[in-house]
Design a protein around this ligand. Structure first.
Ligand SMILES: [Zn+2]
Length: 311
């Protein structure tokens, strides 16, 4: 299967092979007017594949002028520091609150290690610091004129408190990172990735309202690819976000342990996935994009932190 697809004039999409699976993590390339931008270039473990794909699409890494980061989770931007060795002049555009953690990833690594434990290295590889001189901070309301496009930056908390999306008003293309959930090709199912520490149901629901108001023609997800029935997709995401939240809350109120809550989530979700036609391979890819332990941990932390009155 080709790793690079061209979607529209000046827009390419790369499937980064992750843990032996394709169509789980993706990077977008924008090119025009002598500028080339990457959106969410991925973790360090997929850099060789990313460079090979750039070559396949005829882009010289040295010609990359911008790296746009929707948020600083390792599967989106963990490899940026290392990638800059290949594209030293690239400006890294990141939300102001996330910038310090690209410059000094220590806290990010500690936080991710709590979730991924001994699998950190295997999944994400090295997490190198991004030099301050490469970083350009951005905020909601900014307009970026990059690669012949005019991109609006919208602040979109919920999945993470440091999340932004990039919206091209002229083409109706919205680069959504994780704000529009996880939807893998070939199956009609959307899931919210809810990692600790700062998943926030109310904030995410407000973000879904914002995304709907923008009325994009297409959502480009990091996991994975284009979604064109944008409004129904966003409402399905919201329904799943609330449904899982209710399941976890109820289990916590009943005194269930984290392991029990993970099992409850799996028991409630896997039959639905199977009904929709997911085979073992699709299940594995959904797990790679956002797994059940992470889902449970994120919600548990959210409920304890935001709604201690419920317990
Ligand atoms: Zn994320």
């Amino acid at each position: 299967m080709a790793t690079v697809s061209k979607y529209s004039p000046g827009l390419w999409h790369i499937s980064l092979p992750f843990q032996g699976e394709s169509e789980v993590i993706g990077t977008y390339i924008l090119a025009g007017q002598d500028e080339v931008a990457l959106i969410d270039p991925g973790p360090e473990t997929t850099i060789e594949a990313l460079l090979a794909s750039l070559k396949e699409a005829d882009f010289n890494p040295q010609a990359i002028t911008h790296i746009l980061v929707t948020h600083i989770h390792l599967d989106h931007s963990g490899g940026v520091g290392t990638l800059l060795h290949h594209m030293p002049d690239a400006k890294v555009l990141v939300y102001s609150k996330g910038a310090p953690h690209l410059q000094d990833p220590a806290k990010l690594i500690t936080s991710a290690s709590r979730v991924y434990k001994e699998r950190m290295q295997e999944l994400w590889g090295k997490v190198e610091a991004v030099p301050a001189e490469n970083i350009q901070t951005i905020d909601g309301g900014d307009i970026l004129n990059i690669a012949g496009r005019r991109l609006e930056v919208h602040y979109t908390p919920g999945h993470a408190s440091h999340h932004v999306v990039f919206y091209d008003v002229h083409t109706g293309e919205l680069f959504a990172g994780d704000a529009a959930g996880v939807h893998l090709p070939g199956i009609d199912y959307v899931r919210p990735p809810t990692p600790p520490p700062d998943v926030d149901i109310e904030a995410w629901s407000a973000t879904i309202d914002l995304l709907k108001k923008l009325r994009p023609d297409v959502l480009y997800l990091a996991h994975f690819g284009p979604v064109r029935d944008t409004i129904p997709h966003l409402e399905r995401l919201r329904a799943q976000l609330f449904a899982w939240g209710d399941i976890v809350l109820e289990a916590m109120q009943a005194g269930k342990s984290e392991d029990e809550i993970i099992q409850i989530l799996m028991d409630k979700t896997m039959p639905e996935l199977k009904r929709k036609g997911a085979n073992d391979e699709v299940m594995k890819r959904y797990d790679l994009a956002t797994n059940y332990p992470m889902t449970a941990q994120g919600y548990i932390r959210y409920w304890r932190k935001k709604h201690p009155e419920r317990f």
